[in-house]
Write a protein that binds this ligand. Sequence first.
Ligand code: NDP
Length: 434
Amino acid sequence: KSKNAHQLEFLQAAEEIFLSLVPVFEQHPEYIQHNILERIVEPDRIISFRVAWQDDQNQVQVNRGYRVQYNNVIGPYKGGLRFHPTVNESIMKFLAFEQIFKNALTGQQIGGGKGGSDFNPKGKSNAEIMRFCQAFMTELYRYVGPDVDVPAGDIGVGSREVGYLWGQYKRIRGAYEAGVLTGKKPGYGGSLARTEATGYGLVYFVEEMLREAKLSINNKTVVVSGSGNVAIYAIEKAQHFGAKVVACSDSSGYIYDPEGINLKIVKQLKEVEGKRIKEYVNYRPNALYTEGCDGIWTIPCDIALPCATQNEINGDQARTLIANGVKVVAEGANMPSNLDAINEFLASDVLFGPGKAANAGGVAVSALEMAQNSGRNYWTFQEVDEKLHGIMKSIFKESSDAAKKYGYEGNLVVGSNIAGFIKVANGMLVEGVY
Ligand code: NDP
């Protein structure tokens, strides 16, 4: 803790994982003997760099770029890039640390990493976004590669940004190494169903949680936070399974539509026009817009899917959700529930799906994109979707089985942390000390 005293998000993520691992260390002294915990918590390396770029007024702007290469025991470093003004080393490290175990859970050959910049894409022109991405890759290219480190999208980085990053990498390297980035547009090296993967995967995971409890998604009332990539496709799949999604949000506020969200309008506003979610009420007079995000968890629902950002549910909000009868909380975002909230959910009857397991569908399909790039082929939407569905089922089963095996039946936080950790730790034992 003393080495990372100011990295609050990182300490939060590490604490959650470490607490889960206590029963593992009791049964596996070899991990203690080889000091696995101290080795795994220290990233292989952290790269930080200047990104200078010119805005539309010809002013030179400077941002900071990061890439955290955490662990490559199972495969090349793999994890998204986040462009958001809140990005700092602590956030990069928490995301990269979580990514190691999430990626291990997918069963694909991918290690853990994460990167990004404190660049704020909001209000920037398309040309500014392109120049920023080109400047970012002009520095990053020397540290990544299809067998080295494979970035992708995250908050503020979608297929448009990945396209600009990929174009610049290709130009500098003079080679078509498509597997260097995932989240590319289909038809230009990208995989079908990657856009949908995290949101769909989240709902497939919820389906498994409910199945075990002999329940189903059909006719359930759902609240989703965010209205970005993960949120939109979680809404789409939940509706497809017969749920009624009544709320979603952006960083300014949330909408409540008692008749059920009209996803066509949300997609048009967010994916096509880049507008704020509050415009939704212009098209749906019975819907309500509330400024500020905190109140979204006061809306009664059966299923809550936080899909915006870290620490968006605190203990009080968790208690409100529970008091209102929520049955399932599954994390589409990374670490959206703080430790207090997680403890509330685990102490109640709520079925809680931690992000590490529940939102792993995106990176799983990224690994399938890498496989297609290596094989120089394209799989159909259905093929990828079926593989995604299978992977989410197996992540649920592995997490649930690990929880049972170590005496924490039903606790998917403990189960997913243990299942992911053991794969990586055993790999570290095999590879020797370094
Ligand atoms: P997007 O940028 O597409 O969407 C993010 C959404 O969350 C937007 O609606 C945004 O609102 C809102 N949001 C962002 N920051 C805040 C904040 N500080 N407070 C309130 N709302 C906020 O990102 P994604 O959908 O890709 O990512 C969402 C979450 O899912 C992140 O935690 C990400 O790490 C995680 N994730 C994403 C994966 C993927 O495949 N994309 C894979 C696994 C996890 P606004 O538009 O106003 O900024």
